[in-house]
Design a protein around this ligand. Sequence first.
Ligand code: SF4
Length: 510
Amino acid sequence: MAKKLYIETVGCQMNLLDSELVVAALRKDGYELVDTPGKADAILFNTCSVRQHAEDKIYSALGRLKHAKRQHPHKIIGVLGCMAQKDQELIFQRAPFVDLVVGPGQLHQVPQLLRELQVARAPRLEVSLDRAAGSRSAVEQSFESYDPLREAQMRPSPYQAYVRIMIGCDKFCTYCIVPKVRGPEQSRPPHEIEAEVRRLADEGCREVTLLGQTVNSYHFTVGERVWRLADLLGRLSDVAGIDRLKFVTNYPKDMTDDLLAAVRDLPKCSHYLHVPAQSGSNTVLKRMKRGYSVEEYREMLSRIRGTIPGAAVTSDFIVGFCGETDDDFALTMELVRESRFKNSFIFKYSPRPGTKGDELFADDVPEEVKRRRNNELLALQNEISFEDQQALVGRTFEVLVEGLSKMAARGAGHFHTEGASDAVQSTSGESESPATTDMAIKPPAANAGDLMQLTGRTMCDRITVFDAPRRLIGQLVEVSIFDATPFTLLGSVVTREAGPTVYQLAMPVR
Ligand code: SF4
């Protein structure tokens, strides 16, 4: 009988991809996915360490399993990913019934570890080296875990896939745990990336999102040649069957002119750029060790807008970072006001043990001040997002149809927004949620017949909802926009009437 697997994923796109790879490997070992821990033989949590809240969520989920484990001791409970790398033994101390703790660099070992645990129960801890525990190459090796296995069921849709082009980070922003839990920055060879993208295209995938903590820092040397992200995009543009290429998350200092020109000139490149600013105050940016000033960020933004007119730019902001004053926050508001981001992911600072920020600075902004600043910034961004989206009403966009809208999937046929439920962290793990809740609800289409409410995205990553036949899922369609909320475009599919066919009968020439 098939063994049952339950997996819960918290965090960014990197974690979603990791879960996809773990599930693919476990399917080969005879596991099938179930939707509740109660039905599972193995319960895995793929975790995030970027915020305290994400960790608390996992520890509470583990706490809820204590009783179940006592009653069903054969169940295997595992903690994977960033929290596993960060907390290691602490997880066994806080939840002694956990069988398995596996860092992001050891996920390929999960099938073997589960097999071993079925034979002999003894807690297993598999993590990478600490960054100071060996030479750079030894630490790098301990984090390497590229795995070409894919599992379509775990993807956002069968037509879209994430492809990791690099792992780790060397930037060491003072608030961020990523360099510790994901290890040193390492780029993947271009031929391997291309091979994976070709495989995905063969499986019917049409849109690929390249992932990296600082994806635009990608560089890989082959002989004399250094491959940068712009070169990689050119190479992947030649893959037949792939219609769209996106990449997240960008580091402001590495937004080079050649990359912007590639995005402008390669027709498959999405004009969507996520470039976290984090703060509008130079004092705070310096304390965060972001490596750029707000003037440099503005200059980068104007290069983006100058090179790619109409590009959709999104950002991340942390409010209430150590020592952030009202004046600092006012500068952040000013930056958001003038930058006209399509959207911003905003979160309140939460200190992360093991980071320089936690070691060097006091978390001295009171929680209520953080909350107030968070709300103010959200309100401002919402206003801007709404105006930005309203300006698109009346235009027509090509949309890749991803599937049923969430409302349709729940069995209702109403127009309803998708943006609010679309909260994922940026790859840098820097984000909490897209600004706001999007509340617009419109009546269902009259006489919808076999039409369903579908959802998809424009080339600029704008969520679009429209009524259309289900068979269009996975297709590129033209959608004319008739209304917009801050995070969702509402539209109708443009149908082109071909009209009656006229046959010209050729008279035989005598
Ligand atoms: S915030 Fe981004 S760039 Fe900075 S250390 Fe974290 S992952 Fe790296």
